[in-house]
Design a protein around this ligand. Sequence first.
Ligand SMILES: O=P(O)(O)O[C@@H]1C[C@H](O)[C@@H](CO)O1
Ligand SMILES: O=c1cc[nH]c(=O)[nH]1
Length: 338
Amino acid sequence: MSYHDESDEYPDGAVRLRNPNIELMDQDILYHLALGSGSHDLHQMFGDVKFICMGGTPKRMEQFANFIMDEIGYKLPAGTTLLDISQYSYRYSMYKVGPVLSISHGMGIPSVGILLHEVIKLMYHARVRDPVFFRLGTCGGIGLDGGHLVITDEAVDGMMRPYLELPVLGKLVQRPSKLDVELAKELQSLSTQDDPFETHVGRTMCTYDFYEGQGRLDGAFCDYTEKEKLEFLHKIHDNNILNMEMESLAFAALTHHAGIRAAVICVTLLNRLNGDQVASSKEVLNEWQNRPQAIVARYIKKHMGMTGPAPRPPPPGPKTVVNSKKLKFVREESQSYE
Ligand SMILES: O=P(O)(O)O[C@@H]1C[C@H](O)[C@@H](CO)O1
Ligand SMILES: O=c1cc[nH]c(=O)[nH]1
């Protein structure tokens, strides 16, 4: 078993590839993106990218591309429409809006892991400096009702271990799932009193499954009781785990290994202490999905030097109410970051 933590960063902001083979190859085919270093001029196409935003579904990331275009006032060349650059991969969708890439990553660690290998290599071939990666996701709240934002300061696996474990050549390799805590604090600071939601910073449990992996009672199989489920959820709640989702561990581990700053910001769809089914209406769920986008858009505008009126709140929705006996503690933890 090996445990890597090589957190030194390249001082010039270049994206590091920890793989000597890539330089020796005639061309590098980014198969799942339908791009390649031989077939495309990746520096010309992507050299100006700064903000890489990822989320589960193609629709969400197309919406984000349109939203950020509006927010930063980016104009597509006359006669063109927003294009899915990776449409012929039939795997992921990718949109480019000036310095912003908006990419769907599918569900789970294997899907986001493959994408991250190829996007990190894309940044390398494009000679991008100091990119920032964001995951804009959905999650189950632990002690938080639907509609809250959780920014992850540490991703842990289903055993509460802070690293991604991957069998490589018959050996278990562990990579620390570290995120940029300063970036998390900065994102939280961009949330305002006018927002119809609260934004928390805390630990995220990343699982390999939505049903049994997250202790649900409503999968096709279930070999535990409701009491056992609740004992587990309360135990992780007591350990300051605020939410559960399925990508943060790989997202954190692979970006950290590449020396890339990254943040995971997810909206809760339900409070798992109260149930398992995602029962809110499509309209409500769609409005909630805009919330991480609003905060990330503020960050992007701030770092593009775009000043102006107060940050635009997302479209109105019901003010998210809090349902947690532990929230006071969580709030105090979060405030200590401000
Ligand atoms: O970004 P998304 O909404 O895909 O994140 C969570 C984790 C899983 O991919 C999925 C499960 O419903 O939602
Ligand atoms: O409960 C939930 C909701 C969204 N995504 C998850 O992984 N879990």
